[in-house]
Design a protein around this ligand. Structure first.
Ligand code: SF4
Ligand code: SF4
Ligand code: FES
Length: 285
């Protein structure tokens, strides 16, 4: 141990973790894959999904690795029977209540379905005891679509719209229990709300509940082909801040724009111009 790092053990391996970093950071630097859903590299952890839990020696309960800071001498197990059982149950509960077919770790490009298969999660074993969400699709503008049948209430969009990036606070969780849902103020249509259409909520959403209209339409037409897309990095031309853009291009056409979550100017967040103002490059969209 030195003043800037702590030493922990993960699955029997000794790992150095910078002070203040989490168990998840330690897992990543040790090459231990860990499922996450509500975690974002550029967001304050909200700790709500619990797919990332691990066992810490001496701790009565499993702990969320995404938010628990690593402490000197911690002994962590990421693949114990208890951890596997808990992750499996969480994945089943999520899958039994909402459509998680598109759920993925946005920052690390891994699909949740891989983890469901890994743990043998079977959401159908609860039969119809759990009501599937049936929220109507909201398509209120040309820029993005809200499909809350896919929403796992992970809070990432709320954080991106609020304290962690945009400070617009256009959306929040409204209602309690089974009525809890992401909502604008007084459930106003998005164009009538405080939303400034930065699209940062869309960029962080891990399930496809929020999607760029271009992506949504291509998926609907069964023509969304990430394997055929290339990503061109450029600098936004609208002002002098220097935001980096990743242009996702399919068939020579821009299909969406993101920014890397580890970029020191944007931290993955953009404004409406950088995010959506690319039609001038290809006027046919
Ligand atoms: S587009 Fe921006 S302002 Fe609008 S809800 Fe999303 S994060 Fe908030
Ligand atoms: S809309 Fe997406 S980002 Fe927002 S709470 Fe639902 S799943 Fe999470
Ligand atoms: S990713 Fe850790 S609680 Fe959701």
């Amino acid at each position: 141990m030195n003043n800037s790092s702590v030493t922990i053990t993960i699955d029997g391996e000794t790992v150095e973790v910078d002070v203040g970093r989490t168990i998840l950071d330690g897992c990543r630097s040790a090459g231990v894959d860990t499922p996450t859903l509500c975690h974002g590299d550029n967001l304050t952890p909200s700790n709500v999904c619990r797919v990332c839990v691990v066992e810490v020696e001496g701790s009565r309960t499993l702990v969320p690795s995404c938010s628990r800071p690593a402490e000197e001498g911690m002994v962590v197990a990421t693949d114990s029977e208890r951890v596997r059982h808990s992750r499996k149950m969480v994945l089943e509960f999520l899958g039994s209540a909402v459509d998680v077919s598109q759920a993925r770790d946005v920052d690390h490009d891994s699909d949740l379905s891989v983890w469901s298969d890994h743990y043998g999660a079977d959401p159908t074993r609860y039969g119809d005891q759990v009501a599937k969400s049936s929220a109507p699709l909201k398509r209120e503008d040309d820029l993005y679509v809200r499909d809350y049948d896919k929403c796992v209430l992970c809070y990432k969009c709320v954080e991106a719209c609020g304290d962690d990036a945009q400070h617009t606070f256009a959306i929040a969780v409204s209602g309690r229990g089974f009525d809890a849902h992401i909502s604008t103020e007084f459930d106003a249509a998005l164009p009538d709300s405080a939303c400034v259409y930065c699209g940062n909520c869309v960029a962080v959403c891990p399930t496809g509940a929020l999607q760029f209209t271009t992506e949504f339409d291509l998926r609907k037409a069964a023509d969304w082909r990430p394997e055929d897309q290339h990503v061109a990095r450029t600098v936004c031309s609208y002002c002098g801040v220097g935001c980096n853009l990743e242009l996702h291009v399919q068939d020579n056409t821009i299909v969406k724009v993101t920014s890397p979550s580890d970029h020191d100017v944007t931290s993955g967040m953009l404004c409406i111009k950088g995010r959506f103002g690319w039609q001038y490059v290809q006027p046919r969209f």
